[in-house]
Design a protein around this ligand. Structure first.
Ligand code: C2E
Length: 349
């Protein structure tokens, strides 16, 4: 939560902000659900923050803010998420495990120290006496001290074993939560957060191999949604995602970039290979006539537009993104259902 947002929701203007939020939600055509209210409070409370900029971008591009989009925005921009809760819970379990192991170790340590003292006393007594019954009781004492040490060691071993298992289970669980936090729930592709991280990483690490970024957008998706409803719109998103996943195996990294936009990172692939892959996707997407599952209405073919840019030496992730986006818009302006490369801004289809 930014300091600006904190001030906005607890300052003298807080109620007028809340009223404004309702009015702006109505203007934008989003339902006043609790989640949308929260998103809009953050957006208008800090319009220049990352969430504010993203909502403004969506509105400027007339992208429908469906429940799905709201959830994506919340997962990415709202301060508390499932991941942080899970990490807090895992931290508490780890604390408990560590405290319990530390106490088992302390107990074993004390038993070992007592045992050391018992041995030292026994050694002194043995040197000082030759009396058989004293020696016998000494051996009896040593034997039970040894049993005690063995028992404590076995308890400690068991405790460590179960603690190891618990830590391994937690690690697996957290790995799953981390994967979920990086995955778009509708399409199962990587989400925007995962994409942003990957793009920064590959741009920073690029050596001499080519690196290309493509942005793809479903043509007239809004019209599609408005005509057939969000559920059918979601199926179209899944349809395109299935094809993208199939074509983008290996090193290629495909993500749902936002609404009906997708992004693909092509590490080590030059313009020729990327053009061929995008053309393949474009043709495959448009090759089928879809049907509305609930009514069997013919939905016709879906088409996509794409733009791509090859990374220039030293170029930042956001500059690369901007060039790929400009190429995508060239495809849109050029009549859609085509692929455009950024450097030449020529239609490849
Ligand atoms: P889904 O509905 O979960 O379907 C998964 C896969 O099951 C499909 O993969 C397809 O192989 C098969 N399948 C499901 N329903 C049918 C059907 O009525 N007829 C046939 N022949 N096969 C079916 P596919 O084709 O790659 O589609 C992936 C996703 O794309 C689907 O997931 C669905 O969400 C969407 N989709 C694909 N085609 C259509 C369509 O014609 N209409 C609608 N509404 N959605 C579609």
């Amino acid at each position: 939560m930014t300091a600006q947002f904190e001030t906005a929701v607890r300052g003298p203007e807080a109620y007028s902000l809340a009223r404004n939020v309702i009015a702006e939600m109505e203007k934008a055509g989003v339902w006043p659900t609790p989640l949308n209210f929260e998103l809009w409070m953050h957006y208008l409370g800090d319009p220049e923050g990352p969430l504010g900029r993203e909502i403004r971008r969506l509105l400027a591009e007339s992208i429908v803010i469906s429940d799905q989009t709201s959830e994506m925005l919340a997962a990415e921009f709202l301060p508390r998420g499932r991941l942080s809760e899970e990490i807090r819970d895992a931290g508490a379990v780890l604390d408990r495990e560590l405290a319990s192991v530390a106490s088992a170790i302390a107990k074993a340590h004390k038993t070992q120290a007592d045992y050391g003292e018992t041995l030292a006393d026994a050694s002194q007594t043995m040197e000082a006496t030759e009396d058989a019954s004293t020696l016998k009781s000494l051996v009896g004492g040593l034997s039970s001290a040894t049993k005690r040490v063995r028992r404590e060691t076995a308890i400690l071993e068991k405790r460590l074993e179960s603690s190891n298992k618990e830590v391994a289970r937690l690690r697996e669980h957290l790995e799953q939560v981390r994967r979920d936090a990086m995955t778009d729930a509708l399409t199962n592709l990587a989400n925007r957060k995962a994409f942003d991280e990957r793009l920064e990483q590959v741009c920073a690490a690029r050596d001499h191999a080519p690196l290309t970024l493509a942005i793809l957008d479903i043509d007239h998706f809004k019209r599609f949604n408005d005509t057939w409803g969000h559920q059918t719109g979601d199926q179209v998103l899944r349809y395109v995602s299935t094809i993208l996943s199939r074509v983008c195996s290996g090193n290629r990294f495909v993500a749902r970039f936002g609404g009906e936009e997708f992004a693909i990172i092509f590490p080590g692939e030059n313009t020729g290979a990327v053009t061929a892959a995008l053309e393949n996707i474009r043709e495959e997407v448009s090759s089928r006539s879809l049907r509305r599952r609930s009514t069997n209405d013919d939905l016709g073919a879906v088409t996509i537009s794409a733009g791509f840019a090859e990374h220039l030496p030293g170029e930042t992730a956001s500059a690369l993104l901007e060039r790929a986006d400009a190429a995508l818009y060239a495809s849109k302006r050029g009549g859609r259902n085509c692929v455009t490369s950024a450097p030449m801004l020529e239609k490849a289809a």
